[in-house]
Ligand binder design. Structure first.
Ligand code: BMA
Length: 330
């Protein structure tokens, strides 16, 4: 099958820094997206100065997914001690009609070592946010955390559990320190965690590890998985040895998401445009948001750690492509 690529929106970048607003005057990128109550809601990472490089989170919304109206005030700014050095890369998801965002927190300067963790918050109106605390295990240097929009009964993993309700919350995460023989993987990979509570994931399964050259250094989940007729669709990123970030896609079994049904061998999006090649961190496409409208998948991504962009693809075409690539593998 011919290689397929996401198609960039001609209005890219769809959201940029607002020079007139101090907390987002330098960069606006890596946005989480949620289609909810007939609006497309966006939370994005914003930078207002380069000295300390502390991120805040801004809010914007849209009716067509392309033109966004933004709020003047930051939606969230560091408040808790554990958020002291910034809150980054919000990913939005709806579970049982409740809106959640997972976001990266920095409790220390990045230069001090691997101190990234991920926290969870909830909102009903995108105006006020209730913090639910840190959800990744201590010292795991854990980013790219996304929640599945549904609880799932993971029979295959829970075979030893007898009785009781085994519907679990699932999340994907990328604990950078989980490498070495003990973990069965030599580079940061995507793990699937499950738990009875959203703030406590006690069981973990290695899901995807770097395989291709464009994923050589590490991979991490993009937006939360999307439920499709063929499986859970996961858009993810890979970083190569030249520090270039690209995007790929994988399909997970609906009933048992630890089972990978297919995975693109070649990236479906890579830095080509000037706004992806040049920015605060060059050569980066970093998908963090997704929604489906009339059979089209809208993938939102940060470009060069500077701006928010959109690329689309017919959902059916992407699913066929992922499954087809898998057959070539066999
Ligand atoms: C990742 C995260 C993202 C960033 C990307 C590229 O580790 O920090 O926020 O967009 O690197 O710099």
């Amino acid at each position: 099958m011919n290689r397929i690529l996401l198609e960039r929106n001609k209005n890219n970048p769809i959201l940029i820094a607002d020079k007139s607003n101090w907390w987002e005057s330098k960069a606006a990128f890596n946005c989480g997206i949620l289609c909810y109550n007939n609006r497309i809601h966006m939370l994005y990472r914003a930078i207002g100065e380069y000295e300390k490089y502390i991120s805040r989170i801004g809010y914007a919304s849209s009716t067509d997914g392309i033109w966004f109206d933004r709020s003047k005030e930051a939606a969230m700014a560091p408040e808790e001690e554990y958020e002291k050095y910034g809150i980054e890369d919000p990913r939005l998801v709806e579970i049982d009609r409740q809106i959640f965002l997972s976001y990266v927190i920095l409790s220390d300067y990045v230069s001090e070592g691997p101190t990234a963790s991920t926290a969870l918050a909830t909102t009903t109106d995108f105006k006020s946010y209730t913090r639910l605390g840190i959800i990744t295990s201590k010292g795991s240097d854990n980013k790219d955390v996304v929640l599945f929009p549904e609880k799932t009964n993971l029979k295959s993993i829970n075979a030893e559990e007898k009785g009781g309700n085994t519907n679990k919350y699932l999340f994907l995460h990328r604990p950078a320190s989980w490498i070495g023989s003990k973990f069965g993987v030599d580079r940061p990979s995507i793990w699937l965690g499950e738990g009875n509570a959203l703030t406590n994931f006690e069981k973990h399964t290695l899901l995807l590890k770097p395989e291709q050259e464009w994923e050589a250094l590490k991979i991490g989940a993009g937006p939360p998985p999307v439920k499709t007729k063929d499986g859970w669709l996961l858009i993810y990123h890979g970083k190569d040895t030249q520090a270039v970030y690209r995007a790929g896609a994988a399909l997970l079994d609906l009933k048992d998401p630890t089972k990978v049904l297919g995975r693109t061998k070649r990236p479906i999006l890579e830095p080509l445009e000037p706004y992806e090649k040049n920015g605060d961190v060059s050569n980066v496409v970093f998908p963090t948001g997704v929604c489906t409208m009339d059979g089209t998948l809208f993938v939102y991504y940060g470009a060069a750690d500077k701006v928010c962009c959109l690329a689309t693809i017919d959902l059916e075409t992407l699913l066929d492509y992922i499954l087809d690539e898998n057959h070539v593998n066999c």
